[in-house]
Design a protein around this ligand. Sequence first.
Ligand code: BG6
Length: 284
Amino acid sequence: MTALPPPKACDFHGLPALALSAPDGACAIITLHGANLVSWIPAGGAERLFLSEKAVFDGQRALRGGVPVIFPQFGGEGPLRHGFARGLPWEVVGARSGEDYATATLLLNDSAATRALWPHAFSAEMTVLLSGNRLDMELEVANSDNRPFSFTAALHTYLRVKEVENVSLTGLQNQRYLDQTRKGQQETDRREALVVDDEVDRIYLGVTNPVLLSQPGGIAVAMQQEGFEDVVVWNPWEEKCAALPDMPKDGFRRMLCVESAAAAKPVALEPGDTWFGRQTLVAL
Ligand code: BG6
C-alpha cells in the first residue's frame, strides 16, 4: 500500500499552519497561532466555518472566526479575557493521514509569559480529526504543577451560516441557561427552536443532548460534546458587531457561535491529572 501524504505545513495569511486532507476529500486548516481551526470542508461539501474578512493575522491577537481555543479562562476582562491560549503559538506534535481520516495534535505548555498571567504549570493539547462529514476537536489539559488548579475553557466554534435570521437551533429546549445579555440571569429555554433575531449570549448549562443547527436548503450541522458541560450560543447582532474592529458591519448575519464550554463551573485538576473536552460536528 502506498503511504498517504501526511498533513502539510502551509501559510495562512502569513501565519504558519497545517493543511489536513483526508483521502475522502474532507479538508481543514489549523493555524499554529492559537491552534485555531480556521477552515473545515467536509467531504463533498463546502466551507462550514466562519472567518471574518477583517480578522487580524498579526500573530498576537485572537482570530475572529474559526475555532479559537479558550483556556484557562472563559470570559472575564483584562489580559486573561477568554484566556491566553487563543493568542499564543502552539507546536505541532503529531500529524498523520489514514485511509479515511486526517488528524493533527498541537501542544501548548506553560511559559514565563503564561505564568505571568496565570501562575500554573500545565500542558494543553488540541487534537483535530476529520473524516467524511465528521470533525472531532478535543482539548486535553494536564496539570504539570505540584499544586491543584482550576480553569474554564471552550472551543469557540464560529459556524458559517447563509443568513442567521433563517437559522434554527434545536436540542436546547427546557435547558437552563445564563443570559449574559442580562448580567448572567438564569432562565429556562422553553422554545422548541432558538431563532436568532437579536443579540444572543447564553451559557446553556449541563447540555448532554446533541444540538442541531439547520438552515433552509437542507444545510445542517449537528453538534455533540463530551467532557464540556455547557454550550454557549453567541451572536453579537448589529450594534455589538459594529463595535468589533475585526468584524465587517454585516458579519453577524453570516455566523453563529455554538461553543462547547466548561464555563459556568470551573474544572479542578489535581497535580498529575488530566481533563479532556471534545466537540464533534457532523455536516448534514
Ligand atoms: C462569547 C462570549 O463566547 O465570546 C461573549 O459568550 C463574547 O460574551 C464573545 O462577546 C466574543 O468574545 P471576544 O473576546 O472574542 O470578542
